[in-house]
Design a protein around this ligand. Structure first.
Ligand code: SAM
Ligand code: DTB
Ligand code: SF4
Length: 328
C-alpha cells in the first residue's frame, strides 16, 4: 500500500485507516518502510537521568513529579555536575550513545540552575555522547544557549491529541507545546517528540497525535512511544494496562508516517513480555531506554535487555551516525 496524503499532510481518516488495518499486513508495510530507511538489525540505546526531580508546577495527570499530587517522589535539588558526568561515563561504558537529562520544570528558567544544566550538556558532549535534555517549555534564546553548549536533541512530547490534552494537563496548552518545538527548530536542535498511550484516550486521539507529529515540518527526529506507567498518587494510578497489540499498532503507524525517525519503545517495557517487545521492534521500534531506571520509575534490568538482544541477534548501535537515515 502506498502512502497517499494531501498537500497539507495526512488526514485523520488516512491515519485511522492505517491503524485499523489487519495486523499482519500492517506489520509487513511497517517493516518495508523500516528497511528503506534504517539498518535492519540495529537498536539505539539511550540512558536517562533525572537531574532535577519532583516539585513540578504542572498538573500532568500521569506524572509522579507534579506537585499537584501526593506521590512518593519528593522535590530534590539539581544534581551536581560531577555526578551527572560520572553517570554519563557509566552510560557510555554500557553502550548507550545518547544521554538524556530530565528536568522536572514547567519551563526553563534562566539562572544558576540553567547554567549548571548547560555545563552538564558541555561535559556530556565532551565524552562523545549524543546529548538530550527535556526541561519543559523554553524560549528561542534559551534554545540557542543550549545549542551553543552542544545540545543535539531536546525531548518535548505532545503526549496526546489536541482534543484530549485538557483532560490530561490543564496548566499549559497544546499551542504552548508546539511553540517550543518551533523554537527548537529555529536554532537547529533536533526534536524528540512523542506521547503516551494507556491514559484512557481513544484510538482517534492516538491517531490524531501521530498525525500532528507526522505533519510537523520537519517531523521529529525521534518519537518516543510510552505506555503509561501508572504511579500511586497520580490521577491515572488505576488505569488498566494497555493491550500490547495497541502499542504495536501505534509503533507501526509511527514508522509508516514518519519513516526517517527513530521510534523509541519508551516507558512501560517492564510490563511487556520479550515477545511483545520484539513485536514492537518488528513494527519499527529501533530505540529504547537502556539502564535500570527511567526518571523516577524502574526500567528493565540491563542484563535482561542484553539477553534479549542476544536472543534476537540485535546489534546495539555503535555510533549515532551509522543508521542509513543519518548516512543519507
Ligand atoms: N518536564 C518536562 C516535560 O514535561 O516536558 C520533561 C520531563 S517529563 C517527565 C517527560 C515525559 O515523560 C512526559 O512528556 C511524558 O510523556 C513522560 N512520562 C512522564 N511520566 C510518565 C508515566 N508515568 N508514564 C509514561 N510516561 C511518562
Ligand atoms: C519520554 O518520552 N519518556 C521518558 C523521557 N521521554 C524523558 C520519561 C519516562 C518517564 C516515566 C516515568 C518516570 O520514570 O518518572
Ligand atoms: Fe511531570 Fe514534566 Fe508534567 Fe512536570 S511538566 S508534571 S515533570 S511531565
Amino acid at each position: 500500500m502506498s502512502q497517499k496524503h494531501s498537500a497539507h499532510g495526512f488526514t485523520l481518516e488516512e491515519v485511522r485507516a492505517i491503524y485499523d488495518r489487519p495486523l499482519l499486513p500492517l506489520l509487513d508495510e511497517a517493516r518495508r518502510v523500516h528497511l528503506q530507511h534504517h539498518a535492519e538489525n540495529d537498536i539505539e540505546l539511550c540512558t536517562l537521568i533525572s537531574v532535577k526531580t519532583g516539585g513540578c508546577s504542572e498538573d500532568c495527570a500521569y506524572c509522579p513529579q507534579s506537585n499537584h499530587y501526593e506521590t512518593k517522589v519528593d522535590a530534590e535539588k539539581v544534581l551536581d555536575l560531577e555526578d551527572v558526568i560520572a553517570a554519563a561515563r557509566r552510560a557510555k561504558e554500557i553502550g548507550s550513545t545518547r544521554f538524556c537529562m530530565g528536568v522536572a520544570w514547567r519551563e526553563v528558567k534562566d539562572g544558576p540552575t540553567f547554567d549548571r544544566i548547560l555545563a552538564m550538556v558541555r561535559g556530556v558532549k565532551e565524552l562523545g555522547l549524543e546529548t538530550c535534555v527535556t526541561a519543559g517549555m523554553l524560549t528561542e534564546l534559551q534554545a540557542a544557549r543550549l545549542k551553543d553548549a552542544g545540545l543535539d536533541v531536546y525531548n518535548h512530547n505532545l503526549d496526546t491529541s489536541r482534543e484530549n490534552y485538557h483532560s490530561i494537563i490543564t496548566t499549559r496548552s497544546y499551542d504552548d507545546r508546539l511553540r517550543t518545538l518551533e523554537s527548537l527548530h529555529k536554532v537547529g536542535i533536533r526534536v524528540c517528540s512523542g506521547g503516551i498511550i494507556g491514559m484512557g484516550e481513544s484510538v482517534d486521539d492516538r491517531c490524531e497525535m501521530l498525525r500532528t507529529l507526522a505533519n510537523l515540518d520537519p517531523p521529529p527526529d525521534s518519537v518516543p512511544v510510552n505506555a503509561l506507567v501508572p504511579v500511586e498518587g497520580t490521577p491515572l494510578a488505576n488505569m488498566p494496562p494497555i493491550d500490547p497489540i495497541h502499542l504495536v499498532r501505534m509503533i507501526a503507524v509511527a514508522r509508516i508516517l514518519i519513516p526517517h525517525a527513530r521510534i523509541r519503545l519508551s516507558a512501560g517495557r517492564r510490563s511487556l513480555s520479550r515477545e511483545a517487545q520484539l513485536m514492537c521492534m518488528l513494527a519499527g521500534a529501533n530505540s529504547i531506554f537502556f539502564g535500570d531506571k527511567l526518571l523516577t520509575t524502574p526500567n528493565p534490568e540491563q542484563n535482561d535487555d542484553l539477553e534479549l538482544f542476544r536472543a534476537a541477534g540485535l546489534n546495539a548501535m555503535i555510533s549515532h551516525s551509522n543508521s542509513k537515515a543519518a548516512a543519507e
